[in-house]
Design a binder for this molecule. Structure first.
Ligand code: AMP
Length: 620
């Protein structure tokens, strides 16, 4: 038997949700549907976004209301227009085989007369954001006297946005004996208080531990110098060719600036914030949903309620001011049982904030290293290879050219063709990233060894200052493990193993650290050396970089890295179409490495008024 039938949902609804791909109830649906179906409880559900909350309350509502009657029987309040439309749409989908079900979405920024018209025609379920709802109530245009159920969805968000008073006023127009169902991702004391105020002995359901984020989300942070933040961010994006992400900034201005810089640098990005008109926001969201946009740069407020599946990464370009917002941001990924990564790019001084979030979530964050230029090159190369492997061949179209193509290649072996083909992109990747500096910065929490009075000094990358990091063009594809490589280095150069520091074996290359006084010895030891017929190359990592030579302004970095990157490179490799804001028309193809703004760092807007309205939010 279908598990939703077992839970007590009737056939016509089950048929509709089967078409949506709901085969088994999510944990929150499994536990809340039987309780809510009784219709006799107030209810508090502590659940993250993306867990299937909408059906958890929506299916029981469809069972409990009397659709012969054409007056409002259920009111669902939620924080944003996007969520309001999402819920309305979901309910209509669940009810598509039922007769005379009328759901109206009531939200600001759209014509009120259309909404009033729909209400007048008769509705049973009103899904609303608080501001517009109150407006309609104040016009005397709706009667909530027959309301049996009120749902407060994303209650913590509604309070964060300062809707407490509006909610009070709206609820005062509903009958005393209605049942209230409250859903919230977090349970700060404010939410607790409204639960107490509006509910009588509610049935409480906690999915997972309180405040614990979704288990399918991995949390990572990168420590960089403030001036390198933008370059580091782009490096992370480049290292994830298949990224489909939401990038959070703190202010509207920062959001706009980052999006503009990214577009200028050739990325497929756009911004979503409160200064855009509703029409512009809808357009951006549509492109993001359609996946013709790869990176959505958003403020917390604008991104609330966004329900897009398959978001691979959430990137906190700036950490939020309130810990709760971190949960909301990261909850935009790993929806509906998928996995996702939540990345924070911080400076050394912000480590304390990360520790606080870790404590609140009860989760350990992984400190990740900004990938080196070589890492990116390797990743992009294999993404390209992967793409070639999976490309759909249009046999009919290509057929006519094949004889000529075959003729061109007849002198070359299969191996040669593959090598040349891969080099086409690989050379430009290499060129693009050669000498890219290490962007990792030291975090302010180096544990001191006992008796260490500042003894070993560490440089900006966290490496000991008396060590030098060297590049070698041998790696795991040559069969090296760290131990093998150590042995190989020591045998070839005759330096002692203990003067070799950290060894980082990558695919086609590796890094290793040696004591400064041994660098010369290593370089001369490898002079003329070959490995299985291949010349072994040793370079000082980051040598010639602007950081080591000219103090690291991003202008010199930009010049050094050439700035230009042709269109056919990485972005197309990612498999995303679309383009810039005007829709479709691509930028001319330059993608400057470090971006225009990173030199002087982004302006600090932290003193400016925030977009958010909440007052009693938890600050770091
Ligand atoms: P929600 O938390 O209601 O926003 O749901 C998150 C996503 O999970 C939405 O895209 C739903 O369509 C999807 N979803 C909800 N319930 C189920 C289910 N039982 N099986 C599969 N997908 C579901």
């Amino acid at each position: 038997m279908n598990p939703f039938i077992q839970l007590g949902i009737r056939h016509d609804i089950v048929n509709a949700i089967s078409e949506l791909g709901f085969e088994n109830p999510t944990p929150i649906q499994e536990q809340s549907i039987p309780v809510l179906l009784t219709g006799s409880n107030d209810f508090v559900g502590l659940a993250q976004t993306g867990t299937g909350k909408t059906a958890a309350f929506g299916l029981p509502l469809l069972e409990l209301l009397d659709f012969e009657e054409n007056h409002p029987q259920a009111l669902i309040l939620c924080p944003t227009r996007e969520l309001c439309l999402q819920i309305t749409n979901d309910l209509k989908n669940y009810a598509k085989n039922m007769r005379n079900v009328h759901v109206v979405a009531v939200y600001g920024g759209a014509s009120i007369s259309d909404q009033l018209h729909q209400i007048r025609r008769g509705v049973q379920i009103v899904v609303a954001t608080p501001g517009r709802m109150l407006d309609i109530i104040n016009r005397g245009a709706i009667n909530f006297g027959g309301v049996k159920f009120v749902v407060l969805d994303e209650a913590d968000e509604m309070l964060n946005m300062g809707f407490q008073e509006d909610i009070d006023s709206i609820l005062s127009t509903t009958p005393e004996d209605k049942k209230t169902w409250l859903f919230s991702a977090t349970m700060p004391s404010e939410v607790r208080r409204i639960a107490k105020k509006y509910m009588e002995d509610p049935y409480e359901l906690t999915m997972g531990t309180k405040n614990t984020g979704n288990e399918n989300i991995e949390h990572e942070y990168y420590v960089v110098r403030a001036r390198d933040k933008y370059a580091a961010f782009k490096r992370i994006v480049d290292f994830n060719p298949e990224i489909f992400g939401i990038v959070f900034c703190r202010t509207k201005i920062e959001t706009q600036e980052i999006a503009e810089s990214l577009i200028k640098d050739g990325y497929n990005a756009d911004s979503l914030h409160g200064d855009l008109s509703q029409q512009q926001r809808d357009k951006v969201m549509k492109r993001y949903r359609d996946r013709s946009l790869q990176l959505l740069i958003a403020t917390d407020v604008a991104a609330r309620g966004i329900d897009v599946n398959d978001v691979t990464h959430v990137i906190n370009y700036s950490l939020p001011d309130e810990i709760e917002n971190y949960t909301h941001r990261s909850g935009r990924t790993a929806r509906a049982g998928k996995t996702g990564v939540s990345i924070s790019i911080i400076n050394g001084k912000e480590l304390g904030k990360i520790r606080q979030i870790e404590k609140t979530l009860g989760k350990r964050f992984v400190k990740a290293e900004i990938p080196t230029g070589f890492d990116v090159v390797e990743k992009q190369l294999f993404a390209l290879i992967h793409k070639v492997h999976n490309v759909e061949v249009n046999e009919k179209q290509i057929e006519q050219y094949l004889p000529r193509i075959m003729d061109e290649f007849k002198e070359l072996s299969k191996e040669d063709i593959i090598k040349r083909f891969a080099s086409l992109e690989f050379n430009s990747f290499l060129d693009y990233y050669k000498n890219a500096p290490d962007l990792n910065a030291a975090a302010d929490e180096r544990p001191r060894a006992e008796g260490d009075r500042g003894g070993d000094r560490f440089n900006r990358t966290g490496m000991r200052a008396d060590f030098t990091r060297l590049f070698i063009n041998l790696g795991s594809v040559d069969g090296f493990t760290r131990g093998d490589l150590l042995g190989y280095i020591c045998n070839t150069t005759k330096i002692a193993g203990k003067t070799v520091g950290k060894i980082d074996v990558k695919g086609v290359y590796s890094f290793f650290e040696v004591a400064n006084e041994d660098v010369q010895k290593v370089q001369s030891g490898f002079k003329g050396a070959d490995f299985q017929g291949r010349e072994v190359r040793i370079e000082i990592s980051g040598e010639g970089s602007s950081e080591s030579r000219s103090g690291g302004t991003s202008n010199s970095y930009k010049k050094r890295e050439g700035g230009e990157r042709r269109e056919g490179g990485f972005r197309n490799g990612s498999g995303y179409g679309g383009g810039n804001r005007e829709g479709g028309k691509r930028e001319g193809g330059s993608r400057e490495r470090s971006g225009g703004n990173s030199g002087g760092g982004f302006r600090d807007f932290s003193g400016k008024r925030r977009e958010d309205r909440g007052e009693r939010r938890r600050k770091f």
